[in-house]
Design a protein around this ligand. Structure first.
Ligand code: ZN
Ligand code: ZN
Length: 332
């Protein structure tokens, strides 16, 4: 009998599904690509044909121009070669999907990036029991335990309230984190205008088009200093300490990322106020998910693979590191 999952072949540039003749999140241009979500390290430009959710395709078009895309709705089953493929919510960013592959009586689930805690900008992760779970492990160390998001947002709002003559400049990645932060603020009752850097504008508009009500957003550029006092301003992390931020009224520098758990990273970026808001599963979410899905094998991709592999082995779950390259852990 063939080895479990022998039809799924991991290469350094991505996962090749042989009977579908398709690649998952390939880091190089391919003829047929299945894309889990819009982050640049998963969704590259230049594929001949892309299968993805409508949201992910729209994000790719926003970044790379028109795509030869096949739009696949969540839970719709498409036949690719000899494989039944479906996309299931991953809870990571708008349109993010796990890829479910069924072939030869085996079910393989590729998580893509995922998280389990609620996110007002996307559908929650849906657990699909499977034979092989191919999981991310960005925060795959027991030290990574993300705090409750509401507490981080309340800390931000308190600081804003205590400093009416200053502004808070929050660094957030343009896709996912920025819109999540805006929605988390809205959910905590903050309905004031939020000012955004020009680099965030198109993706915020795209979220709004897909029905995520981001509220009153205004451009942060070309606004009088006085108008920005007591306001929250969002910009890509690279703009936190550059010339752009110098025209703001005495900004308090914050950054929203799962990596803010690591003090060294906050210090490197001169972040006064680290906000631990992550779009990836933390250690508890990773291990709980494996327990819940009870796969026969776990294959582990980008991140701290050894610790999670060890955790699986001690529980008699067969585990394997895939060593894919080209995935950055910076998208959080
Ligand atoms: Zn991602
Ligand atoms: Zn990733």
């Amino acid at each position: 009998m063939a080895r479990l999952g022998s039809w799924i072949e991991p290469f350094s540039e991505g996962i090749y599904v042989r009977p579908a003749d398709a690649w998952i999140d390939p880091s190089q241009p391919k003829a047929r690509a299945l894309v889990t979500h819009g982050h640049a390290d998963h969704a590259r430009g230049g594929h001949e044909k892309v299968w993805a959710t409508p949201e992910t395709l729209a994000i790719m078009e926003c970044r790379y121009g028109p795509q030869a895309g096949v739009s696949v709705a969540y839970r719709e089953v498409v036949r690719m070669g000899e494989v039944d493929v479906s996309l299931v919510p991953a809870g990571h960013v708008l349109g993010s999907a796990q890829i479910v592959l069924e072939h030869a009586g085996e079910r393989v689930v590729v998580s893509g990036d995922y998280k389990r805690r609620p996110d007002p900008t996307c559908l929650p992760f849906e657990p699909v029991p499977c034979d092989i779970f191919i999981t991310e492990a960005t925060f795959g160390l027991p030290v990574f335990r993300h705090p409750a998001t509401a507490g981080e947002i309340d800390r931000l709002l308190q600081r804003l309230h205590d400093n009416p003559d200053r502004c808070i400049l929050v660094g957030a990645y343009a896709l996912g984190k920025a819109q999540r932060l805006i929605m988390e603020l809205r959910c905590r009752g903050h309905h004031d205008p939020i000012y955004i850097h020009g680099a965030l504008q198109r993706l915020c508009e795209l979220y709004a088009q897909f029905g995520v009500p981001l509220g009153d957003l205004r451009p942060a550029t070309g606004v009088a200093k006085d108008e920005l006092k007591g306001r929250i301003i969002l910009a890509p992390p690279g703009c936190l300490n550059d010339r752009w931020s110098r025209r703001l009224p005495d900004p308090i520098t914050a950054m929203a990322s799962g990596w803010m758990r690591v003090r060294q990273r906050a210090r490197q970026r001169l972040v006064e106020m680290p906000l631990i808001v992550s779009d990836h599963a933390d250690w508890d979410e990773l291990t709980r998910t494996i327990q819940e899905l009870a796969p026969r094998e776990v294959w582990i991709t980008h991140g701290r693979e050894e610790a999670l592999k060890h955790w699986c082995m001690t529980r008699q779950i067969k585990a394997r590191e895939l060593n894919l390259v080209g995935y950055e852990d910076e998208d959080d």
